[in-house]
Design a protein around this ligand. Structure first.
Ligand SMILES: [Zn+2]
Length: 433
């Protein structure tokens, strides 16, 4: 076949003629009928004339048959086409290009749709028959031409759209199939008949005739553990569930099949994996703005966990550029267990504090100008909470600074979890700033 453009209206300038264009792709050719300029020149602007219904019906048949045929031959992709009065694209096997060009030409110029129908007749596959109930062998070269595995994949895709289970097997020169209807598909179709108009169950209760072909045993497949099983019972009970997962993401964000949530949730629950390349003796690391970048990046990764969980706009650890000296001695304490960072505390030193008795609603009093380490944020991985690890991190901060646990300051406002921890460590009151 040759790629080319054929002008259907020889009496007018090519630019306003209807055009048939033949283009080749890897798996098929497309024949496109372009009426855009022709309609623009011959009809009122903006008015889109409808195709005659007999034309549309013939086109739809040809399109359905040819796309099925191309898929059956092994093509895995989709088709992009124009449908409507302005542009019509018909993807066809290479062998049918000339017939399609001719069929579209006579349909367009003579309003004769027989050739489109006979194109559909030639390309149409007996899918109804292939997916009928019962065991059958389809033979390469007789029933289909493509390699048996390719053909079986096509049949599987077709049975999926029909709600059928195929139970198929490819041999060297044929494909064995036994389409069955899973009870759940039957239930769904009977519950929502409007979504499946004209659907008839031909599969349930089908018994093979005496002389049905017997599929040779080819090994591998174990016994069918669902044979004669009773269907599961379904019901709908009233429940309410929260929108948000404890990790901070929404349960409803499933557009990526939950992959992002799954990865984030795993990190939230058991921490950030420590890269093997990072030598980390002991289990506590104090990372500063002038530490090596791999450590500062690890702190930033840990910082993302409380950020998502508490819906903060900014990461509490932002030192991921050039090493720098931070005037207020900013630092992140990373706590490791089982090769994961499971605890994260960010602190800075300040000398403006007030006293709070930890009673909800009561005011701060007593100004204090002692230099104290202030906890800006503290986070423990979800699966490690309620084991006193937060208190250990605060103790590590006090030790690093050289003060008592009761001397540290807490950045205000304090989260609920922070308040609980502060009450446990300093029941009589805390410094806040
Ligand atoms: Zn989650």
């Amino acid at each position: 076949m040759t790629e080319r453009t054929i002008y259907l209206d020889p009496d007018v300038r090519p630019s306003v003629s209807r055009k048939l264009t033949v283009q080749a792709y890897r798996w098929y050719a497309s024949v496109e009928l372009d009426r855009d300029d022709y309609l623009y020149a011959t009809t009122e602007r903006g008015r889109e004339p409808d195709l005659p219904s007999a034309y549309k019906e013939a086109l739809d048949r040809a399109l359905l048959a040819s796309t099925d045929r191309i898929w059956c031959d092994g093509y895995r992709g989709s088709f992009s086409w124009g449908e409507g009065a302005r542009c019509t694209t018909v993807p066809v096997p290479f062998s049918e290009v000339e017939a399609t060009v001719e069929a579209l030409r006579v349909a367009e110029l003579e309003h004769n749709y027989h050739q489109l129908h006979s194109l559909a007749d030639r390309l149409e596959l007996p899918i109804e028959q292939w997916l009928s109930p019962g065991e059958r062998e389809l033979v390469r070269g007789v029933d289909f031409q493509s390699p048996p595995r390719v053909f079986l994949d096509f049949l599987r895709a077709k049975s999926n759209t029909w709600g059928l289970r195929l139970n198929g097997r490819a041999t060297a020169g044929s494909v064995w199939v036994r389409p069955t209807l899973p009870s759940i598909q039957k239930t769904i179709r009977e519950m929502y008949p409007d979504q499946y108009p004209g659907w008839v169950d031909r599969w349930s209760g089908y018994t093979d005739p005496e002389d049905a072909p017997i599929r040779p045993w080819v090994g591998g497949r174990g016994q069918n553990l669902s044979h004669e099983a009773k269907p599961v019972h379904f019901d709908n009970i009233d429940i309410t569930t929260g929108r948000n997962c404890p990790c901070g993401l929404s349960f409803r964000d499933q557009w990526d099949e939950g992959k992002i949530h799954t990865a984030h949730h795993a990190a939230w629950a058991f921490g950030i994996h420590v890269p093997k390349s990072l030598m980390w003796p002991g289990n506590l690391a104090v990372v500063r703005p002038n530490s090596p970048i791999s450590w500062r990046n690890l702190a930033a990764k840990a910082g993302r966990m409380p950020m998502r969980e508490n819906h903060y706009d900014f990461n509490s650890w932002a030192y991921t550029g050039e090493p720098e000296e931070a005037p207020a001695n900013d630092r992140a304490f990373l706590l490791k267990a089982n090769d994961y960072v499971i605890g994260y505390l960010v602190a800075t030193d300040t000398s403006e504090h007030r006293r709070w008795d930890l009673v909800d609603g009561s005011r701060y009093d007593a100004n204090d100008e002692t230099l104290r380490p202030r906890i800006d944020l503290i986070w423990i991985a979800g699966s490690y909470r309620r084991q006193g690890l937060g208190a250990e991190l605060v103790q590590a901060l006090a030790d690093d600074f050289g003060c008592q646990v009761g001397d540290v300051s807490w950045s205000s406002p304090i989260s609920d979890a922070g308040r609980q921890l502060a009450r446990r460590l300093s029941p009589d009151g805390i410094w806040v700033s």
